[in-house]
Design a binder for this molecule. Structure first.
Ligand SMILES: [Zn+2]
Length: 256
């Protein structure tokens, strides 16, 4: 079906940069059209009607007109502002990280309803006060699912044998998950995965977000799973997300 000349869609801002004297170019995720680039003309002028509303961390209703290179934004209505999410620098930095992962995962103009729903849900969870680290892990695990690369945490990726709680596990993103102790460790391999971390990885696949929010967890195990999933995401996206450096800075600066 051809895209009509003017249309309205739900959207979340993934990234943006200033362009020319007063314009801004934004990357949006939309349920039906996937990732699209749009231009907001004159948005940086004080008189702009859309200036205050075309912002990240909000679900927007955006009216667009087809342009030669980019769609042109003609109107914006804020549907969900997720204002609490902005109160903490860590949750805002996490929101940027989640947006960047979505941006990197999507081709332009390919429908992305599951990913849109996932990002919207993650922002809702951050806004509701769920620990940003747990929202990020939950999101990374579900993003991998959506991309068709669900990490294997039940069976050995090499021999397909069910993993036993008494053995040694190796986390090997390049092979897609956990490798059992019967095989020689691959060159990329760094550290064993603890049984607790393996259980937490399974929990991120199986438990709903509310249940994950309420788990009492050891910090060291959370850090282990964070490192494991980051490594997995880096492998899938073939590079380090840029927003991670900022997120790590914010967390170092966080008062304890
Ligand atoms: Zn094996």
């Amino acid at each position: 079906m051809p895209i009509p000349r003017r249309y309205t869609t739900e959207a979340i801002v993934l990234s943006r940069f200033d362009f020319g004297e007063a314009d801004r170019i934004l990357t949006l995720i939309t349920p039906g059209a996937g990732k699209i680039k749009v231009i907001a003309k004159g948005i940086r002028r004080p008189t702009s009607r859309i200036g205050g509303s075309l912002e990240p961390f909000a679900e927007l209703q955006v009216a667009l007109a087809r342009g030669r290179t980019f769609e042109v934004v003609t109107q914006v209505v804020v549907e969900h502002a997720w204002l609490n999410l902005r109160d903490s620098l860590e949750s805002a930095a996490t929101a940027w990280y989640l947006a960047e992962l979505a941006d990197r995962s999507l081709e332009e103009r390919t429908a992305a309803e599951p990913l849109y729903t996932l990002l919207r849900r993650a922002y809702g969870l951050l806004d509701a006060g769920m620990a940003p680290g747990r929202v990020a892990r939950w999101y990374e695990m579900h993003l991998a699912d959506e991309l068709g690369v669900r990490p294997e945490v039940d069976r050995c990726v090499e021999c397909d044998r069910m993993l036993e709680p008494t053995e040694t596990f190796r986390w090997v993103p390049a092979l897609g998950g956990v490798l059992c102790e019967k095989h020689p460790a691959p060159p990329s391999f760094r550290v064993d995965l603890s049984l607790e971390a393996l259980k937490l990885l399974k929990a991120y696949q199986r438990m709903d977000a509310e249940a994950l929010a309420g788990l009492r967890l050891n910090d060291a195990v959370e850090r282990e799973v964070e490192a494991a999933l980051r490594e997995f995401v880096r492998h899938v996206l073939e590079r380090d997300p840029r927003s991670l450096a900022f997120l790590d800075e914010v967390r170092v600066a966080r008062p304890v």
